[in-house]
Design a protein around this ligand. Structure first.
Ligand code: NAP
Length: 308
């Protein structure tokens, strides 16, 4: 089969840091165009917008949407209508309900829609899932604390409605949680701290439970300086299972069970190539639904304004 001719939309931080090297390293897919208002790549066809790219007649089979979540629905709908396969960065959209019509459009057009959750491709996630399928979890603590100034410098969209604030990174923890636990979880309470000049929270706590009475507590912060914390600790009868470094390392009572090199985005593109070849879509909205429920149920606390 000839490689999938891919256009990347939104040449920003994650596109440059992860998508470009992952695409270059993946068989079966090649970058042929970029649609970005303020950025371009030498040797690759450039358009300011996806609409201009589609109107140009440039031969592409698929698009990877690396723009902010707000507006991603319209881009995905446009691409599917034009008969292109679509890869969505996380979160898959600014709302849960906008995804249903996209799933339907992908079915009608016979194209692949892939809502990526990059943290699910972290190397210790599958070993953690396998462990917890045999040893029941008794309690879970998520600690997801990072420095927004390091990871999202100057990004205003993250503080606007649909930008998710601290849930932009924390949804990665929820994507892992929903992949490794044996049963579905639901939100039972939340507290969201909104800077007085932002429409999205800068810190939060979220409590969740499953039908068997498992309790999950998440502590989320966007102002962590020094060492960053991307940890999920699970109490079990065999000891404390710790999935750390964003899903890269797994230990049981300090003993290393898994620590492999990170290859999240390469595995994302490998999976995309497989989905397209098999004519399938992959859309799981559970992590975004949990965030939406935290916003629905969360008690709002006003905190000091945030400045970059
Ligand atoms: P970013 O640096 O702001 O890049 C997004 C790009 O999208 C911009 O450079 C911009 O390029 C384009 N764009 C189109 N419409 C825009 C709008 N209304 N506002 C701002 N930019 C717009 O953001 P990013 O960090 O790459 O994040 C993009 C997505 O990737 C988010 O959903 C995020 O959750 C996800 N992600 C980010 C990271 C990370 O570490 N930063 C990690 C994993 C996933 P033009 O101006 O050239 O059009």
């Amino acid at each position: 089969m000839s490689p999938i001719r891919l256009a990347l939309v939104g040449l920003g931080k994650i596109a440059r840091d992860q998508h470009l090297p992952a695409i270059a390293a993946t068989e079966g897919i090649e970058l042929v165009a970029v649609a970005s208002r303020n950025a371009s790549l030498d040797g690759v066809a450039h358009f300011a917008t996806l609409a201009e790219l589609l109107a140009s007649g440039e031969a592409i089979d698929a698009v990877a949407l690396c723009t902010p979540p707000q507006g991603r629905h319209d881009l995905a709908a446009l691409a599917l209508k034009a008969g292109k396969h679509v890869l969505l960065e996380k979160p898959p959209g600014a709302t849960v309900s906008e995804l249903g019509p996209l799933v339907a459009a992908a079915e009608v057009s016979g194209r692949t829609l892939f809502a990526t959750w990059h943290s699910r491709f972290a190397p210790a996630v599958e070993p953690a899932r396998a462990f917890l399928s045999e040893v029941a979890p008794r309690a879970v603590t998520i600690t997801w604390k990072e420095d927004v100034r390091v990871w999202h410098p100057g990004q205003r969209w993250i503080w606007e409605p649909g930008g998710l604030g601290v849930f932009d990174p924390a949804i990665n923890a929820l994507s892992i949680l929903t992949a490794i636990l044996p049963r579905a979880v639901f939100v039972t309470g939340a507290e969201l701290s909104f800077p007085s000049n932002c429409a999205a929270p800068i810190a939060a706590t979220v409590d969740l439970a499953d039908a068997g009475g498992l309790k999950v507590h998440a502590d989320l912060d966007f102002l962590q300086t020094g060492p960053q914390s991307w940890d999920i600790a699970v109490e079990t009868d065999r000891g404390t299972l710790l999935l750390s470094h964003g899903g890269a390392k797994l230990t049981l009572d300090g003993q290393v069970l898994s620590a492999q090199p990170e290859a999240e985005y390469q595995n994302i593109y490998k999976h995309f190539v497989e989905l397209v070849a098999e004519g399938r879509s992959d859309v799981d909205l559970a992590p975004l639904q949990l965030v939406a429920d935290a916003f629905l149920l969360g008690r709002r606390v006003d905190v000091a304004p945030f400045h970059d």
